[in-house]
Design a protein around this ligand. Structure first.
Ligand code: SF4
Length: 304
């Protein structure tokens, strides 16, 4: 039995690698360069808002006091900033599809108007996230990049196209999952020159601390079975562990959130960010092994 499973795994891996060679997996065409757009909201650096006083400026990793309730244990407490649609839902119960849709729309509006951290002053569009409200699988990256800032949608550049291929290799379509980021606005190394390419950076600890309630509420609303953290920044923030990505990969963790209580247990697994896979194609086979762990949990069959 075990040998059959191993043989099947080896066969899947072989087929995947054969089909996803470099030409197929990495786009060879230069990405279309969007025309430079300067947001009317952009402000000089010296007028950028500062972190709100009293906000936590570091990511809190120690959450040993928190726990995930059992599926049968009703929850009654909701944070003050919870969307109205969430508050209207039965405590401790997963929301209906229409409640999820309303809650996510309300949250997206809040995010689009948010200026809680300096990224709100330099973004073109906030990128709340998108996908299926009934998704069993959710992908969470670190933050929007150049293309995402211009389109207001997550993972639409080269890395996004690779993510689409990874999702397809799992036997799913992008429309069947939910895709979002920890930070909802574009972190730039040089915010005074937003038209520059190669201007992306990871959100810093203060930006993550300001923004994390949004991704936590999205996860609680959708309540997927599994969250896949794409890259070390998302993995460390959501798994609440300062270990490196390579130390965090290869196992599922129970997801614990700071600001909301999950109506049922959700598991999280860390893998490479697609942008890192574009830079290091040799890591794709390890990423595929991670995705196969998710597929086994969800009962998915490889598309190959
Ligand atoms: S990154 Fe998050 S906290 Fe900062 S302005 Fe955007 S939505 Fe608000």
């Amino acid at each position: 039995m075990a040998q059959d499973s191993l043989r099947r795994l080896a066969s899947d891996l072989k087929n995947f690698l054969a089909a996803q060679d470099e030409d197929e997996f990495i786009l060879t065409a230069a990405p279309k360069r969007a025309a430079a757009v300067v947001s009317p909201k952009r402000q000089p650096a010296d007028s950028l808002p500062q972190m709100p006083e009293g906000e936590t400026l570091t990511v809190e990793f120690a959450r040993a006091h928190q726990r995930i309730p059992s599926a049968s244990e009703p929850q009654t407490e909701l944070p003050a900033n919870t969307p109205a649609a969430v508050q209207a839902a039965k405590p401790g119960a997963v929301m209906t599809s229409s409640q999820k849709t309303a809650a996510l729309a309300e949250l997206a509006e809040t995010i689009k108007n948010c200026t809680r951290c300096p990224l709100g002053a330099t973004r073109i569009h906030a990128v709340p996230g998108e996908g299926n409200v009934e998704a069993e699988l959710m992908f969470v990256g670190e933050g929007p990049g150049f293309d995402e800032d211009r389109q207001g949608r997550p993972f639409v550049g080269r890395a996004g196209q690779l993510l689409d291929k990874m999702i397809a290799a799992m036997g799913l379509a992008r429309e069947q999952v939910f895709i979002a980021n920890i930070a909802k606005c574009h972190p730039m190394t040089d915010p005074l020159h937003p038209e520059k390419h190669g201007n992306d950076r990871a959100p810093n600890a203060g930006e993550i601390a300001c923004c994390r309630k949004y991704i936590e509420q999205q996860i609680a609303i959708i309540c997927p079975k599994i969250v896949v953290a794409l890259g070390g920044v998302a993995a460390k923030a959501l798994i609440a562990d300062a270990k490196s990505l390579s130390a965090l990969r290869g196992k599922f963790y129970d997801l614990h959130l700071d600001s909301v209580t999950l109506p049922r247990p959700v598991q999280i697994l860390a893998t490479f960010h697609p942008a890192a896979l574009l830079r290091n194609p040799g890591w794709k086979k390890d990423a595929w092994l991670d995705l196969q762990m998710v597929m086994a949990k969800l009962g998915l069959k490889s598309a190959k």
